[in-house]
Design a protein around this ligand. Sequence first.
Ligand code: V47
Length: 369
Amino acid sequence: MTFLTESSLKEIADKVAGGERLSFDDGVALFNSNDLNGLGKLADTVRRRQHGRTAYFNVNRHFNPTNVCYVDCKFCGFFRTPRQPDAYTHNIDDSLRIAGQAVSEGATELHITGGLNTKLPFSYFTDLLSSLKQQYPQLHLKAFTMVELDHFTHFYKMRDEDVIQQLIDAGLDSCPGGGAEIFREPTRSMICAHKCDAQRWLDLAGKVHAAGLKTNATMLYGHIESIEDRVDHLIRLREQQDKSGGFQCFIPLAFYPPETQMAHLPGPSGVDSLKTMAVSRLLLDNFAHIKAYWVMLGKRLAQVALHFGANDVDGTITEGGELTESYSVETNNEVRMTKQELIGLIEEAGFEAVERDTVYNRVEKATIA
Ligand code: V47
């Protein structure tokens, strides 16, 4: 491949061209490369082989039933202790009202995730799902990370399979990819000591897949983790995908430092975010979809990320979400993005915008109204 300027990249490019799986050392070499254009082109070649000019988006709404949490993650600006004045837990009526608003704005998905709140019974979560499903059967309920499922099993003393099945019976359609953070120790314990460990996160994902649901996967980068931590994370996800096959999308999450216990850190640079996107596409050869989460990347970088391996831009998220309220790199009214704006952003980048549902069925060919 003539566009590559470094010999290590040329060797990796040969492997990619031959459909050969990349190794841990290849991943480290890709991150250490200074040939940003070459790396982007390599990832873009793979992305276009799989998805052509298509870039997906969906119309969704993030909903956080509670911000009360005991976990105290160093990167989190969202959690509150029960006595803090802005701690909240939505009741079912509130939740239905918020979901109704999302539906009236054209949402096909509700992304539900929240704090680990020890004041709530398990029935709060099953009632939430079943009420939402009853009122809005057309709405896909993508709810609860592997960390929340782990909490449910321990706190309510239930078997993994029973937690998963009871949530499915109540209306759960799939699970979001949060809580993965960085799998490798000691980094994981340094940033989220009280969350379940990597193996537990992966095992639970496998169990959800075995129960027939899709889940997503994430990686939080740009804080104290090393390049080796990132590569290890991606390879563990790839191995789990080989085993259980139910991951549909990977989302690299750019750390946003303000209002967290790591606020002194700068967060990832634009170059680092583009490299991370490209390496994710190249290492995760068994993940169909790589998502540029514009809320964290910013709209402008998310647009460029479509040329660095991403084939999905999440989403037309409206107000009220954990990330939209507290963590967004975008400011004030820029946190909202209308469908027309998102389509324009994708088309300006040179791609065909396709609205999808949560499990990547086309909703319609998108056009600017
Ligand atoms: O697990 C927390 C991350 C995740 C910060 O599945 C932060 O489609 C940046 O997982 N800066 C939750 N990130 C969000 C999440 C997600 C988002 C979008 C789509 C999907 C999906 C999943 O947010 C947490 C953590 O990794 N996070 N704090 C922060 N300060």
